[in-house]
Design a protein around this ligand. Structure first.
Ligand SMILES: [Fe+2]
Length: 494
């Protein structure tokens, strides 16, 4: 038996396949195939590739939310009502390739919880889900454990319903500074380092009924209203203020989770878990933390498949998508880095999740002042945003001070303070922090590369940013890599 999880119809469509051994056979995003960022539809090429991972025809389909419940919320909120039929949402291509069969639907926040808990190293956990919105729930806290037959069990302990949403608040503030909501929240987070949180108190008192209970006065889903006090505010100050309000609310939820949850292990999911700046605070409340590397809605395809399978999933790493065959090109990459300081890599299976972790990466020598501009000639991103470092895990404490409770950051999920910012300015933000990726002794390609780089230079880290053509999602296959090479005249090695 195989379990196919689907998330689509709103944004960031994804498809995951879990076998009855608990192994993840495949997990990928539509956007990487269709080249449309945040593509909400399950595109044909993705489905076709997923089909190639099938070893038999005995399978179930699982969808990441309940369309009827969602439609009820849309009706109550006076919004346009989406399709009620899950078959209509997933589209005809799926049936053409898999045949017509029923699709089991799951509650949105429960799929977030399952994507986190069933991939985590824990046997029990307090699960916190914070996103913009599922069907009705915007924040949930769960107890999760395995029963004596090994099946995952979930008990919802607390929830906040629409429109009391931390995610919607952050998206509304993203829009307020002229960025694209549901897309560019990470830029708002980066801007926070340059501002002062001078509007945080006014934001909180104007928009929130209760900080303790995360209750909003306004429905920020329909946009900001009455925010005249922000009309002349500096965008950086708005970003810093929004970040502080967001962090205050997240901490209130975490404190509640600690109070009412029965486990010391935290599993955290939902799109808000991508806020790596806020994530530094989690260790104040929990000893052990797990955030699945794809905690937003695209990762929910894995959550839906996990609920279908029911038991613990064998989690190894996030390299679960399209395969570019061949050994990791360590020697060639080192040569390019030595000669040109910068190189593209497209090797092995593509990352599941928003971050390039070494298999679809643009890598550079992080030492010295000139490298940031060199990488930015290609990336052309806002000058104020730094790039991220990828480092051999055993050296992380020599180069960075990790936040309390965090011993590693294998999927770039938290910021750490750089101990030598003057030596590595390209990977350090204005506030002295870096969004660090630590690589354990796991035999992966990026591990082998970092070991060789360290041996040659004495530097255990590289600059790592996603390999993508501007305006497009990350490179997926070799033909994307060829287009990249041609356009930017930068070697991409497979
Ligand atoms: Fe969600």
């Amino acid at each position: 038996m195989m379990y196919i999880g689907l998330s689509c119809g709103f944004h960031d469509a994804g498809l995951s396949i879990v076998a009855d051994t608990g192994n993840i056979l495949f997990a990928a995003h539509s956007e990487r195939y269709s080249k449309k960022k945040h593509d909400s539809n399950l595109c044909k090429e993705l489905i076709l590739e997923a089909r190639s991972y099938f070893v038999n025809s005995n399978f179930e389909l699982h969808y990441y939310e309940k369309p009827l419940l969602k439609a009820l919320r849309q009706f109550r909120a006076g919004q346009k009502i989406g399709p009620l039929s899950v078959k209509q949402i997933v589209g005809a291509d799926l049936y053409d390739m898999f045949g017509d069969r029923p699709i089991k639907t799951h509650v949105h926040h429960k799929t977030h919880a399952a994507a986190g808990f069933q991939t985590s190293p824990f046997t029990d956990a307090t699960v916190v889900v914070i996103d913009a919105i599922g069907e009705m729930d915007c924040i949930t806290i769960w107890d999760a454990w395995y029963d004596d037959k090994g099946y995952a069990r979930y008990k919802k302990l607390w929830s906040k319903k629409y429109p009391n949403s931390i995610g919607m608040f952050y998206s509304a503030m993203t829009q307020c500074v002229g960025l694209k909501p549901m897309d560019e929240e990470y830029i708002l987070m980066g801007m926070a380092a340059y501002g002062k949180p001078s509007y945080a108190n006014r934001m909180a008192s104007y928009y929130l009924q209760s900080i303790e209970d995360v209750e909003f006065r306004h429905n920020l889903h329909i946009g900001l209203e009455g925010n005249n006090f922000l009309s002349k505010a500096d965008d950086m100050d708005i970003a810093a203020s929004a970040q502080l309000v967001c962090e205050t609310l997240i901490e209130k939820v975490m404190m509640r989770a600690k109070r009412i949850g029965h486990s010391k292990n935290l599993v955290y999911g939902g799109g808000v878990a991508l806020n790596c700046l806020a994530n530094r605070l989690l260790g104040k409340h929990f000893h052990n933390i797990w955030i699945m590397p794809n905690p937003g809605d695209a990762g929910n395809s894995l959550g839906a498949a996990a609920l279908g399978y029911g038991k613990k999933i064998n989690w190894h790493d996030a390299f679960l998508g399209t395969q570019i065959k061949g050994p990791y090109p360590v020697k060639e990459v080192i040569n390019e880095l030595t000669n040109n300081k910068m190189v593209g890599v497209a090797s092995g299976r593509a990352e599941f999740g928003p971050r390039a972790l070494g298999n679809r990466s643009l890598l550079a020598d992080p030492r010295g002042p000139e490298i940031k501009d060199k990488v930015n000639e290609i990336k052309r991103r806002q000058k104020f945003r730094p790039f991220a470092p990828v480092i051999l895990e055993e050296y992380v404490n020599e180069y960075f001070t990790m936040p309390r409770g965090w011993h590693d950051s294998r999927y770039m999920q938290v910021i750490a303070t750089c101990r030598h910012p003057n030596l590595y300015p390209a990977i350090v933000h204005h506030d002295g922090t870096s969004r660090v990726q630590t690589v354990p002794k796991d035999g992966s390609g990026i591990r082998q590369l970092l070991e060789a780089w360290y041996k040659k230079t004495g530097c255990p880290m590289l600059l790592n940013t996603s390999l993508n053509i501007r305006g497009e999602p990350m490179v997926n296959d070799r033909s994307d890599a060829d287009r990249f090479e041609k356009l930017y005249k930068l070697k991409v090695i497979s």
